[in-house]
Design a protein around this ligand. Structure first.
Ligand SMILES: *Cc1c(COP(=O)(O)O)cnc(C)c1O
Length: 474
Protein backbone atom coordinates (compact mmCIF):
# COMPACT_ATOMS: atom_id res chain seq x y z
CA UNK A 1 0.00 0.00 0.00
CA UNK A 2 1.29 3.40 -1.01
CA UNK A 3 0.04 6.89 -0.19
CA UNK A 4 -0.58 9.89 -2.42
CA UNK A 5 -1.78 13.48 -2.25
CA UNK A 6 -5.34 14.67 -2.83
CA UNK A 7 -3.85 17.25 -5.22
CA UNK A 8 -1.95 14.80 -7.38
CA UNK A 9 1.54 16.19 -6.76
CA UNK A 10 2.93 13.43 -4.53
CA UNK A 11 2.58 9.69 -4.96
CA UNK A 12 4.16 6.39 -4.09
CA UNK A 13 4.91 7.28 -0.46
CA UNK A 14 5.46 4.36 1.90
CA UNK A 15 3.69 4.20 5.26
CA UNK A 16 6.86 5.44 6.94
CA UNK A 17 7.20 8.41 4.54
CA UNK A 18 3.56 9.28 5.10
CA UNK A 19 3.89 8.98 8.89
CA UNK A 20 7.00 11.10 9.16
CA UNK A 21 6.11 13.79 6.64
CA UNK A 22 2.56 14.46 7.78
CA UNK A 23 1.76 16.82 4.91
CA UNK A 24 1.92 16.22 1.19
CA UNK A 25 4.62 18.33 -0.49
CA UNK A 26 2.07 19.91 -2.87
CA UNK A 27 0.01 21.35 -0.01
CA UNK A 28 -2.60 18.61 -0.30
CA UNK A 29 -3.48 15.86 2.15
CA UNK A 30 -2.29 12.29 2.03
CA UNK A 31 -4.57 9.30 1.45
CA UNK A 32 -4.02 5.65 0.50
CA UNK A 33 -3.66 5.15 -3.26
CA UNK A 34 -6.14 2.29 -3.31
CA UNK A 35 -9.02 1.58 -0.99
CA UNK A 36 -9.12 -1.99 0.27
CA UNK A 37 -12.47 -3.81 0.44
CA UNK A 38 -13.67 -5.61 3.56
CA UNK A 39 -16.30 -8.28 2.84
CA UNK A 40 -19.28 -8.89 5.10
CA UNK A 41 -17.79 -12.25 6.11
CA UNK A 42 -14.50 -10.66 7.13
CA UNK A 43 -16.34 -7.94 8.99
CA UNK A 44 -18.42 -10.53 10.87
CA UNK A 45 -15.26 -12.45 11.77
CA UNK A 46 -13.95 -9.33 13.49
CA UNK A 47 -16.85 -9.20 15.99
CA UNK A 48 -15.64 -10.19 19.44
CA UNK A 49 -12.03 -9.14 18.89
CA UNK A 50 -10.41 -7.01 21.57
CA UNK A 51 -9.88 -3.36 20.70
CA UNK A 52 -6.15 -3.87 20.08
CA UNK A 53 -6.81 -6.98 17.96
CA UNK A 54 -9.34 -5.09 15.87
CA UNK A 55 -6.86 -2.22 15.47
CA UNK A 56 -4.33 -4.71 14.11
CA UNK A 57 -6.85 -6.09 11.58
CA UNK A 58 -7.91 -2.64 10.36
CA UNK A 59 -4.37 -1.27 10.23
CA UNK A 60 -3.12 -4.35 8.37
CA UNK A 61 -5.27 -3.24 5.42
CA UNK A 62 -2.99 -0.19 5.12
CA UNK A 63 0.34 -1.20 6.69
CA UNK A 64 2.07 -4.15 5.10
CA UNK A 65 4.52 -6.65 6.53
CA UNK A 66 7.28 -4.81 4.64
CA UNK A 67 6.32 -1.55 6.40
CA UNK A 68 6.07 -3.01 9.89
CA UNK A 69 6.18 -6.77 10.63
CA UNK A 70 2.93 -8.09 12.10
CA UNK A 71 4.38 -8.89 15.54
CA UNK A 72 5.72 -5.36 15.85
CA UNK A 73 2.45 -3.84 14.67
CA UNK A 74 0.53 -5.86 17.24
CA UNK A 75 2.95 -4.76 19.96
CA UNK A 76 2.52 -1.09 18.98
CA UNK A 77 -1.25 -1.28 19.49
CA UNK A 78 -0.99 -3.28 22.72
CA UNK A 79 1.38 -0.69 24.12
CA UNK A 80 -0.66 2.31 22.94
CA UNK A 81 -3.94 1.07 24.41
CA UNK A 82 -2.34 -0.16 27.65
CA UNK A 83 -2.37 3.48 28.81
CA UNK A 84 -6.19 3.49 28.81
CA UNK A 85 -7.94 3.30 32.16
CA UNK A 86 -10.48 0.60 31.20
CA UNK A 87 -9.72 -2.84 29.72
CA UNK A 88 -12.32 -2.48 26.93
CA UNK A 89 -10.49 0.73 25.82
CA UNK A 90 -13.79 2.03 24.38
CA UNK A 91 -16.78 1.04 26.58
CA UNK A 92 -20.41 1.71 25.61
CA UNK A 93 -23.05 3.21 27.91
CA UNK A 94 -26.56 1.99 27.11
CA UNK A 95 -28.99 4.57 28.49
CA UNK A 96 -32.71 5.33 28.68
CA UNK A 97 -34.74 5.55 25.47
CA UNK A 98 -32.23 3.43 23.57
CA UNK A 99 -29.50 6.08 23.71
CA UNK A 100 -26.09 4.46 23.19
CA UNK A 101 -23.00 6.51 24.08
CA UNK A 102 -19.61 5.27 22.89
CA UNK A 103 -17.02 6.49 25.38
CA UNK A 104 -13.89 7.40 23.43
CA UNK A 105 -12.33 9.29 26.34
CA UNK A 106 -10.60 6.82 28.63
CA UNK A 107 -7.07 7.69 27.57
CA UNK A 108 -4.67 9.74 29.68
CA UNK A 109 -5.81 13.16 28.47
CA UNK A 110 -9.51 12.23 28.72
CA UNK A 111 -10.42 13.06 25.11
CA UNK A 112 -10.74 10.89 22.01
CA UNK A 113 -7.53 12.31 20.54
CA UNK A 114 -5.66 9.91 22.83
CA UNK A 115 -6.91 7.01 20.70
CA UNK A 116 -5.01 8.18 17.65
CA UNK A 117 -2.12 10.08 19.24
CA UNK A 118 -1.13 7.23 21.56
CA UNK A 119 -0.68 5.09 18.43
CA UNK A 120 1.05 7.87 16.49
CA UNK A 121 3.57 8.30 19.33
CA UNK A 122 4.35 4.60 19.28
CA UNK A 123 4.69 4.56 15.49
CA UNK A 124 7.19 7.44 15.70
CA UNK A 125 9.10 5.71 18.46
CA UNK A 126 9.21 2.46 16.50
CA UNK A 127 10.91 3.93 13.43
CA UNK A 128 13.15 6.36 15.32
CA UNK A 129 14.46 3.69 17.67
CA UNK A 130 15.11 1.36 14.75
CA UNK A 131 17.08 4.05 12.94
CA UNK A 132 18.60 5.62 16.05
CA UNK A 133 17.25 9.03 15.08
CA UNK A 134 15.79 11.80 17.17
CA UNK A 135 12.77 13.95 16.34
CA UNK A 136 11.24 17.09 17.83
CA UNK A 137 7.49 17.55 17.66
CA UNK A 138 5.99 21.03 17.53
CA UNK A 139 2.42 21.47 18.70
CA UNK A 140 0.32 24.59 18.92
CA UNK A 141 -2.74 23.71 20.96
CA UNK A 142 -5.99 25.42 21.78
CA UNK A 143 -7.00 22.70 24.20
CA UNK A 144 -7.09 18.93 23.86
CA UNK A 145 -4.42 18.12 21.27
CA UNK A 146 -1.49 19.35 23.37
CA UNK A 147 -2.15 17.12 26.35
CA UNK A 148 -2.94 14.08 24.19
CA UNK A 149 0.31 14.60 22.25
CA UNK A 150 2.31 15.02 25.47
CA UNK A 151 0.81 11.85 26.94
CA UNK A 152 1.59 10.02 23.70
CA UNK A 153 5.36 10.64 23.84
CA UNK A 154 6.29 11.53 27.44
CA UNK A 155 9.37 9.65 28.58
CA UNK A 156 10.35 8.60 25.03
CA UNK A 157 14.06 8.84 24.41
CA UNK A 158 13.95 9.54 20.67
CA UNK A 159 11.21 12.17 20.72
CA UNK A 160 11.04 15.60 22.37
CA UNK A 161 7.87 17.63 22.28
CA UNK A 162 7.47 21.40 22.39
CA UNK A 163 3.92 22.51 23.14
CA UNK A 164 2.85 26.13 22.83
CA UNK A 165 -0.38 27.15 24.47
CA UNK A 166 -2.29 30.44 24.52
CA UNK A 167 -2.08 31.59 28.15
CA UNK A 168 -5.43 32.34 29.83
CA UNK A 169 -7.33 31.17 26.75
CA UNK A 170 -7.74 27.52 27.69
CA UNK A 171 -9.29 26.07 30.84
CA UNK A 172 -7.24 25.68 34.02
CA UNK A 173 -7.60 21.88 33.90
CA UNK A 174 -6.54 21.74 30.26
CA UNK A 175 -3.45 23.78 31.10
CA UNK A 176 -2.56 21.69 34.15
CA UNK A 177 -2.81 18.50 32.12
CA UNK A 178 0.17 19.85 30.16
CA UNK A 179 2.20 21.84 32.68
CA UNK A 180 2.20 19.12 35.37
CA UNK A 181 4.02 16.66 33.10
CA UNK A 182 7.63 16.86 34.27
CA UNK A 183 9.32 14.34 31.95
CA UNK A 184 12.53 15.82 30.55
CA UNK A 185 11.43 15.40 26.91
CA UNK A 186 8.36 17.63 27.40
CA UNK A 187 8.70 21.42 27.00
CA UNK A 188 5.67 23.66 27.53
CA UNK A 189 5.51 27.34 26.60
CA UNK A 190 2.66 29.55 27.78
CA UNK A 191 2.35 32.45 25.38
CA UNK A 192 0.55 35.72 25.83
CA UNK A 193 -1.44 35.56 22.60
CA UNK A 194 -4.09 33.64 20.65
CA UNK A 195 -3.63 30.28 18.94
CA UNK A 196 -3.46 32.16 15.65
CA UNK A 197 -0.45 34.14 16.97
CA UNK A 198 1.21 30.89 18.01
CA UNK A 199 0.45 29.23 14.69
CA UNK A 200 2.73 31.81 13.10
CA UNK A 201 5.67 30.44 15.14
CA UNK A 202 4.98 26.88 13.99
CA UNK A 203 4.62 28.03 10.39
CA UNK A 204 7.87 30.06 10.59
CA UNK A 205 9.81 27.07 11.89
CA UNK A 206 8.50 24.70 9.23
CA UNK A 207 8.96 27.34 6.51
CA UNK A 208 12.69 27.27 7.26
CA UNK A 209 13.11 23.98 5.44
CA UNK A 210 16.86 23.46 6.04
CA UNK A 211 16.28 24.09 9.77
CA UNK A 212 13.26 21.83 10.01
CA UNK A 213 15.08 19.04 8.16
CA UNK A 214 18.29 19.39 10.14
CA UNK A 215 16.42 19.09 13.42
CA UNK A 216 13.88 16.56 12.21
CA UNK A 217 10.85 18.65 13.15
CA UNK A 218 7.40 17.14 12.84
CA UNK A 219 3.84 17.99 13.73
CA UNK A 220 1.43 15.34 15.03
CA UNK A 221 -1.58 17.32 13.74
CA UNK A 222 -4.68 15.65 12.38
CA UNK A 223 -3.40 16.44 8.90
CA UNK A 224 -1.35 13.27 9.44
CA UNK A 225 -3.23 10.43 7.78
CA UNK A 226 -2.03 7.98 10.43
CA UNK A 227 -4.48 9.62 12.81
CA UNK A 228 -7.40 9.13 10.44
CA UNK A 229 -6.31 5.55 9.86
CA UNK A 230 -6.28 4.77 13.58
CA UNK A 231 -9.63 6.52 14.06
CA UNK A 232 -11.21 4.01 11.69
CA UNK A 233 -10.77 1.48 14.48
CA UNK A 234 -13.40 3.09 16.70
CA UNK A 235 -15.74 3.36 13.73
CA UNK A 236 -15.44 -0.42 13.10
CA UNK A 237 -15.58 -1.15 16.83
CA UNK A 238 -18.80 0.85 17.24
CA UNK A 239 -20.33 -0.85 14.22
CA UNK A 240 -19.56 -4.33 15.54
CA UNK A 241 -20.82 -3.50 19.03
CA UNK A 242 -24.15 -2.38 17.55
CA UNK A 243 -24.38 -5.05 14.88
CA UNK A 244 -22.07 -8.07 15.43
CA UNK A 245 -23.90 -10.02 12.70
CA UNK A 246 -22.83 -7.32 10.22
CA UNK A 247 -26.18 -7.44 8.42
CA UNK A 248 -27.63 -3.98 9.03
CA UNK A 249 -26.85 -0.40 8.30
CA UNK A 250 -25.82 1.61 11.35
CA UNK A 251 -25.93 5.34 12.07
CA UNK A 252 -23.11 7.03 14.02
CA UNK A 253 -23.39 10.52 15.42
CA UNK A 254 -20.07 12.36 15.43
CA UNK A 255 -19.51 15.64 17.30
CA UNK A 256 -17.56 17.35 14.50
CA UNK A 257 -14.85 20.00 14.35
CA UNK A 258 -11.92 19.35 12.01
CA UNK A 259 -13.74 16.38 10.48
CA UNK A 260 -11.17 13.68 11.32
CA UNK A 261 -13.75 11.24 12.60
CA UNK A 262 -16.14 11.65 9.69
CA UNK A 263 -13.24 11.16 7.27
CA UNK A 264 -12.36 7.91 9.03
CA UNK A 265 -16.04 6.97 8.74
CA UNK A 266 -16.23 7.81 5.03
CA UNK A 267 -13.15 5.74 4.34
CA UNK A 268 -14.60 2.77 6.24
CA UNK A 269 -17.76 3.19 4.18
CA UNK A 270 -15.73 3.17 0.97
CA UNK A 271 -14.26 -0.11 2.22
CA UNK A 272 -17.79 -1.49 2.42
CA UNK A 273 -18.89 -0.76 5.99
CA UNK A 274 -22.66 -0.25 5.99
CA UNK A 275 -22.62 2.94 8.04
CA UNK A 276 -24.04 6.47 7.78
CA UNK A 277 -22.89 9.48 9.72
CA UNK A 278 -24.44 12.47 11.39
CA UNK A 279 -22.03 15.35 11.83
CA UNK A 280 -23.28 17.17 14.90
CA UNK A 281 -22.03 20.76 14.90
CA UNK A 282 -22.45 23.86 17.04
CA UNK A 283 -22.91 27.47 15.91
CA UNK A 284 -19.88 27.01 13.67
CA UNK A 285 -22.16 25.36 11.12
CA UNK A 286 -20.40 25.95 7.79
CA UNK A 287 -20.93 22.26 7.06
CA UNK A 288 -24.69 22.41 7.44
CA UNK A 289 -24.99 25.43 5.14
CA UNK A 290 -22.79 23.69 2.58
CA UNK A 291 -24.88 20.52 2.55
CA UNK A 292 -28.02 22.62 2.01
CA UNK A 293 -26.69 24.96 -0.66
CA UNK A 294 -23.41 23.60 -2.03
CA UNK A 295 -21.75 26.79 -0.89
CA UNK A 296 -19.00 26.64 1.73
CA UNK A 297 -18.73 30.18 3.10
CA UNK A 298 -16.26 30.85 5.91
CA UNK A 299 -16.92 33.42 8.59
CA UNK A 300 -15.70 34.26 12.09
CA UNK A 301 -15.37 31.55 14.70
CA UNK A 302 -18.18 31.51 17.29
CA UNK A 303 -17.13 30.67 20.83
CA UNK A 304 -19.36 27.98 22.35
CA UNK A 305 -19.46 25.62 25.32
CA UNK A 306 -17.95 22.98 23.02
CA UNK A 307 -14.58 24.65 22.21
CA UNK A 308 -12.96 21.71 20.39
CA UNK A 309 -15.66 22.13 17.75
CA UNK A 310 -15.25 25.89 17.36
CA UNK A 311 -13.79 25.54 13.87
CA UNK A 312 -15.08 27.19 10.71
CA UNK A 313 -13.37 25.08 8.08
CA UNK A 314 -13.20 21.36 8.74
CA UNK A 315 -9.80 20.90 7.05
CA UNK A 316 -10.43 17.20 6.48
CA UNK A 317 -13.15 18.18 3.99
CA UNK A 318 -10.39 18.12 1.40
CA UNK A 319 -10.15 14.36 1.92
CA UNK A 320 -13.93 13.90 1.89
CA UNK A 321 -14.30 15.91 -1.32
CA UNK A 322 -11.56 13.80 -2.83
CA UNK A 323 -13.29 10.55 -1.88
CA UNK A 324 -16.69 11.86 -3.02
CA UNK A 325 -15.33 13.03 -6.38
CA UNK A 326 -13.79 9.58 -6.99
CA UNK A 327 -10.31 10.99 -6.68
CA UNK A 328 -10.51 14.03 -8.98
CA UNK A 329 -7.34 15.88 -7.98
CA UNK A 330 -7.77 18.70 -10.50
CA UNK A 331 -11.16 19.44 -8.97
CA UNK A 332 -9.60 19.42 -5.49
CA UNK A 333 -6.88 21.84 -6.59
CA UNK A 334 -9.50 24.22 -7.96
CA UNK A 335 -11.80 23.94 -4.95
CA UNK A 336 -8.97 24.45 -2.44
CA UNK A 337 -7.95 27.64 -4.26
CA UNK A 338 -11.50 28.85 -3.69
CA UNK A 339 -11.20 28.06 0.04
CA UNK A 340 -8.50 30.74 0.25
CA UNK A 341 -11.04 33.31 -0.95
CA UNK A 342 -13.51 32.22 1.73
CA UNK A 343 -16.22 30.88 -0.58
CA UNK A 344 -16.32 27.52 -2.32
CA UNK A 345 -18.96 26.10 -4.61
CA UNK A 346 -19.04 22.35 -4.37
CA UNK A 347 -20.18 20.52 -7.55
CA UNK A 348 -23.58 18.90 -7.26
CA UNK A 349 -22.36 15.34 -7.87
CA UNK A 350 -19.84 15.65 -5.03
CA UNK A 351 -22.51 17.10 -2.80
CA UNK A 352 -24.89 14.27 -3.65
CA UNK A 353 -22.25 11.66 -2.87
CA UNK A 354 -21.75 13.34 0.51
CA UNK A 355 -25.46 13.51 1.18
CA UNK A 356 -25.80 9.76 0.61
CA UNK A 357 -23.58 9.17 3.62
CA UNK A 358 -23.63 12.27 5.80
CA UNK A 359 -26.31 14.31 7.51
CA UNK A 360 -25.57 17.46 9.49
CA UNK A 361 -27.31 18.39 12.74
CA UNK A 362 -26.78 21.85 14.21
CA UNK A 363 -27.38 22.95 17.77
CA UNK A 364 -28.01 26.67 17.94
CA UNK A 365 -26.43 28.61 20.79
CA UNK A 366 -25.36 27.01 24.05
CA UNK A 367 -28.93 26.50 25.28
CA UNK A 368 -29.49 23.14 23.56
CA UNK A 369 -26.15 21.88 24.86
CA UNK A 370 -27.21 22.77 28.40
CA UNK A 371 -30.71 21.28 28.16
CA UNK A 372 -29.23 18.08 26.70
CA UNK A 373 -26.66 17.76 29.50
CA UNK A 374 -29.49 18.29 31.99
CA UNK A 375 -31.91 15.83 30.40
CA UNK A 376 -29.26 13.13 30.14
CA UNK A 377 -28.39 13.65 33.79
CA UNK A 378 -32.01 13.70 34.95
CA UNK A 379 -32.92 10.55 33.03
CA UNK A 380 -29.75 8.53 33.66
CA UNK A 381 -27.57 10.26 36.27
CA UNK A 382 -25.05 10.18 33.46
CA UNK A 383 -22.74 13.11 32.71
CA UNK A 384 -21.87 14.24 29.19
CA UNK A 385 -19.16 16.64 28.10
CA UNK A 386 -20.51 19.60 26.06
CA UNK A 387 -19.16 18.15 22.77
CA UNK A 388 -20.84 14.80 23.30
CA UNK A 389 -24.01 16.69 24.24
CA UNK A 390 -24.12 18.18 20.73
CA UNK A 391 -24.35 14.61 19.43
CA UNK A 392 -26.88 13.48 22.02
CA UNK A 393 -29.02 16.53 21.16
CA UNK A 394 -29.47 15.02 17.69
CA UNK A 395 -30.62 11.75 19.21
CA UNK A 396 -33.14 13.39 21.54
CA UNK A 397 -34.43 15.55 18.71
CA UNK A 398 -34.69 12.93 15.95
CA UNK A 399 -35.22 9.72 17.93
CA UNK A 400 -38.64 8.94 16.47
CA UNK A 401 -37.24 8.98 12.93
CA UNK A 402 -34.19 6.81 13.60
CA UNK A 403 -34.97 3.37 12.20
CA UNK A 404 -31.56 1.69 12.32
CA UNK A 405 -29.14 1.01 15.20
CA UNK A 406 -27.63 4.33 16.26
CA UNK A 407 -24.85 5.43 18.60
CA UNK A 408 -23.44 8.76 19.67
CA UNK A 409 -19.66 8.96 19.91
CA UNK A 410 -18.62 10.80 23.08
CA UNK A 411 -15.42 12.70 22.33
CA UNK A 412 -14.31 13.96 25.76
CA UNK A 413 -14.81 13.15 29.40
CA UNK A 414 -17.22 15.34 31.38
CA UNK A 415 -14.47 15.61 34.03
CA UNK A 416 -12.65 18.05 31.76
CA UNK A 417 -15.57 20.48 31.47
CA UNK A 418 -16.89 21.24 34.97
CA UNK A 419 -17.93 24.79 34.01
CA UNK A 420 -20.26 23.70 31.22
CA UNK A 421 -21.79 21.10 33.49
CA UNK A 422 -22.31 23.58 36.29
CA UNK A 423 -23.87 26.06 33.85
CA UNK A 424 -26.38 23.34 32.91
CA UNK A 425 -27.58 22.93 36.48
CA UNK A 426 -26.11 19.44 36.81
CA UNK A 427 -24.00 18.25 39.78
CA UNK A 428 -20.33 18.64 38.82
CA UNK A 429 -18.40 15.36 38.77
CA UNK A 430 -15.00 15.25 40.38
CA UNK A 431 -12.21 12.74 40.37
CA UNK A 432 -9.04 11.99 42.25
CA UNK A 433 -7.03 12.74 39.11
CA UNK A 434 -8.51 16.24 38.72
CA UNK A 435 -8.00 17.04 42.42
CA UNK A 436 -4.39 15.85 42.18
CA UNK A 437 -3.74 18.09 39.19
CA UNK A 438 -4.59 21.17 41.23
CA UNK A 439 -1.92 20.27 43.80
CA UNK A 440 0.80 19.03 41.45
CA UNK A 441 4.01 20.91 40.76
CA UNK A 442 4.12 22.59 37.35
CA UNK A 443 6.85 23.45 34.87
CA UNK A 444 6.54 25.84 31.96
CA UNK A 445 8.19 28.83 30.35
CA UNK A 446 6.20 32.04 29.88
CA UNK A 447 6.68 34.14 26.77
CA UNK A 448 5.38 37.70 26.76
CA UNK A 449 4.01 39.86 23.96
CA UNK A 450 6.79 41.62 22.06
CA UNK A 451 9.39 38.87 22.60
CA UNK A 452 10.70 37.09 19.52
CA UNK A 453 8.88 33.79 20.08
CA UNK A 454 10.20 32.16 16.93
CA UNK A 455 13.80 32.87 17.99
CA UNK A 456 13.20 31.48 21.49
CA UNK A 457 11.65 28.26 20.21
CA UNK A 458 14.34 27.88 17.55
CA UNK A 459 17.02 28.13 20.23
CA UNK A 460 15.20 25.48 22.24
CA UNK A 461 15.09 23.14 19.25
CA UNK A 462 18.86 23.59 18.79
CA UNK A 463 19.53 22.94 22.46
CA UNK A 464 17.46 19.73 22.36
CA UNK A 465 19.24 18.49 19.23
CA UNK A 466 22.65 19.15 20.76
CA UNK A 467 21.80 17.21 23.89
CA UNK A 468 20.18 14.28 22.11
CA UNK A 469 22.81 13.95 19.41
CA UNK A 470 25.57 13.95 22.00
CA UNK A 471 23.85 11.18 23.92
CA UNK A 472 23.44 9.21 20.70
CA UNK A 473 27.17 9.60 19.91
CA UNK A 474 28.37 8.16 23.20
C1 LIG B 1 -11.04 17.22 18.33
C2 LIG B 1 -12.35 17.12 19.01
C3 LIG B 1 -13.57 17.09 18.28
C4 LIG B 1 -13.62 17.23 16.78
O1 LIG B 1 -13.24 16.06 16.15
P1 LIG B 1 -12.98 15.98 14.57
O2 LIG B 1 -12.72 14.55 14.32
O3 LIG B 1 -11.79 16.83 14.27
O4 LIG B 1 -14.20 16.48 13.87
C5 LIG B 1 -14.75 16.93 18.99
N1 LIG B 1 -14.76 16.84 20.33
C6 LIG B 1 -13.62 16.88 21.06
C7 LIG B 1 -13.71 16.81 22.53
C8 LIG B 1 -12.38 17.02 20.43
O5 LIG B 1 -11.26 17.08 21.17
Amino acid sequence: MKYHSTRGGARGLTFKDMLLSGYACDGGMLLPETIPAISTDTLRSWAGLSYAELAFKVASCFIEESDIPAVDLQAIFEKAYSTFSVPEVVPLARLKDGLVVVELFHGRSLAFKDLSLACLGNFYNYFLTKENRHMTLLVCTSGDTGSAAIEAVRGFDKVDIIVMLPRDRITKLQELMMTTVLDSNVHVYRMDGSSDDIDVVVRDLFADVPFSQKHNLASPSSLNFTRVLVQMVHIYYTYLQLCPSADSEVEMVLPTGGGGNVTAGMLAREMGLPAKFVCAVNDNNVLSHMMDTGECKLGDVHVTLAPAMDIQFAYNLERIWYLCSKGDSSLIKKVMKEVETGTVNVPLYVLNAMKAAIKVYTVTGDEEIKTTLKRCWDENQYNLCPHSAVGVAYYYNQKKDIKIPCAVLATASPLKFPDAIEASGVPVPSSERMRELLDSPVRHIDLEKGENWTAVVKAKVEEISKLKTRVADL
